[in-house]
Design a protein around this ligand. Structure first.
Ligand code: TYD
Ligand code: MG
Length: 444
């Protein structure tokens, strides 16, 4: 055996550094042969690479580009990093083009902004701009789907920001596949990413996701870009939430809340008030959700009603349906409450998608109140439920309690913490519970 030689099993692909008579993996005899390709590539000599210790690296102190739309800047971690590539995904019609046209307009105070559209005609974009009251001499729209042609002509424009709407409608004429095909989507995105790295000009690209939430295309782009932002909300209600799921230049848990109005997307400065816009009722259960560095209050609403079907329905909006099933199972086995023969409908107010398990307790309480028809007055709750019916602690109880208190809710059910670094005012009833049974006792 020569150094650097590699062997492979013809039958199963098992690799070994020395020749064997029988493949130890699939058991075939005389199937191991020399792997020409691997053996050759092993011998290839590469040019030297540079090994740098971390303190040798010189950090560039280039300023982030502020978009001037605070909700957007904070989601990015304080503005756009020079040379970064950002992907914004969301369902069709959610407001991606609207938001980015507003961003483009705002950034054009700093310099030229190029907005490439493969989706709409120049007139359509101009019409939207007019509706939004946008007029800027430094915002340029290019209605040209061939991304290479645009990139080739950008030198004299010297933009501070490039926006591509959308990766699914742009294409590269170096490939034969149609726009929107996987190879084209990947090619368009990697061209844009390369452009941003080579020139230092940041690129924001829009990617569509399908109605079902599966990401046709953008998912495979996520590792190419520096930052991935989702634009969520549903079209029935006006709230839109920007949420970062990946950010090489900042935290990923900050959210930005907007409201779609007749003159475009407006930042929502007091999200809790917005999400709790409806008057709270006698059996309202409010959940303080931690979103990034702030708490947003949302109401957990449920209906439990006799079913007309053989298989009762379990429908949830804003809460993971699996979580709902688990909580129902815990209520049934640990609290002896039966939902058999009942349909369950669950929703969060204003369509906020809650991600934390801290929603378990308010969810269980809401289901219990709906089933029993009891009224307990407006209350707030948070806490994770164990399968054994225990109520577990979750992060940042103080922040949540403060926000609930700020909204004048007088009854708060929380896990049993050893210590809470916040004293609630006298008229607020802070109930600490160790188990689901104790929590239900507190609302009976
Ligand atoms: P759009 O930005 O085109 O969505 P996307 O690019 O994500 O597909 O906008 C979607 C919806 O927003 C559209 O149905 C109309 C509505 N809209 C408003 O309500 N107000 C406005 O000022 C604008 C521009 C759009
Ligand atoms: Mg669009």
């Amino acid at each position: 055996m020569k150094r650097g030689e590699s062997y492979v099993c013809r039958e199963c692909g098992y690799r070994t550094a020395k020749w064997l008579g029988k493949c130890p993996y699939c058991g075939t005899f005389n199937s191991i042969e020399i792997d020409e390709e691997k053996t050759h590539s092993n011998k290839k000599k590469y040019p030297a690479v540079e090994f740098l210790s971390l303190n040798q690296v010189e950090l560039s102190h280039k300023e982030r580009l502020k978009t001037g739309i605070n909700e957007f800047d904070s989601v990015l971690g304080g503005g756009i990093v020079p040379g970064s590539a950002i992907l914004i995904s969301g369902e069709p019609g959610i407001g991606k083009s609207t938001l980015l046209l507003q961003v483009a307009n705002s950034v054009s105070k700093e310099g030229n902004v190029i907005y490439i559209t493969g989706e709409e005609s120049f007139e359509q974009v101009a019409l939207r701009a007019k509706r939004l009251g946008i007029a800027s001499d430094r915002l340029f729209v290019v209605a040209e789907p061939n991304v290479l042609r645009v990139l080739d002509n950008l030198d004299k424009e010297n933009p501070v920001l490039l926006i591509a709407d959308s990766v699914q409608t742009l294409y590269s004429d170096e490939l034969d596949s149609p726009p929107g095909s996987l190879v084209q989507v990947r090619e368009v995105a990697s061209r844009l990413v390369r452009f941003s790295k080579e020139t230092g000009i940041p690129v924001i690209m829009i990617g569509h996701i399908t109605k079902e939430g599966s990401i046709a295309g953008p998912k495979l782009l996520e590792h190419l870009v520096d930052t991935v932002i989702y634009f969520e909300g549903d079209q029935q209600n006006f709230f839109r939430i920007l949420r970062t799921t990946k950010n090489r230049f900042g935290a990923t848990d900050e959210i930005g809340v907007f409201e779609m109005s007749s003159s475009g997307l407006m930042p929502v400065l007091n999200p809790s008030a917005a999400f709790l816009a409806n008057a709270l009722l006698d059996n309202s259960v409010v959940y303080p959700a931690l979103e990034g560095t702030r708490v947003i209050l949302t109401e957990i609403q449920s209906i439990v009603s006799p079913t007309f079907y053989a298989n009762p329905r379990r429908t949830s909006s804003g809460v993971d349906p699996i979580r709902l099933s688990i909580i129902v199972a815990v209520l049934e086995t640990r609290a002896g409450i039966s939902f058999s023969g009942c349909d369950i409908f669950l929703t969060t107010s204003s369509g906020l998608k809650v991600k934390e398990t801290a929603v378990d307790l308010p969810l269980a309480i809401s289901l219990y109140l709906s089933l029993s028809g009891k009224k307990s007055g407006v209350l707030a709750a948070f806490g994770e439920l164990g399968l054994d019916g225990s109520v577990r602690q979750i992060f940042q109880p103080e922040m949540r309690i403060k926000e609930v208190e700020r909204f004048g809710i007088k009854k708060i059910i929380i896990p049993d913490y050893d210590r809470i670094n916040h004293k609630v005012s006298e008229d607020v009833e802070l109930i600490r519970v160790k188990s689901l049974a104790e929590a239900l006792e507190a609302v009976r």
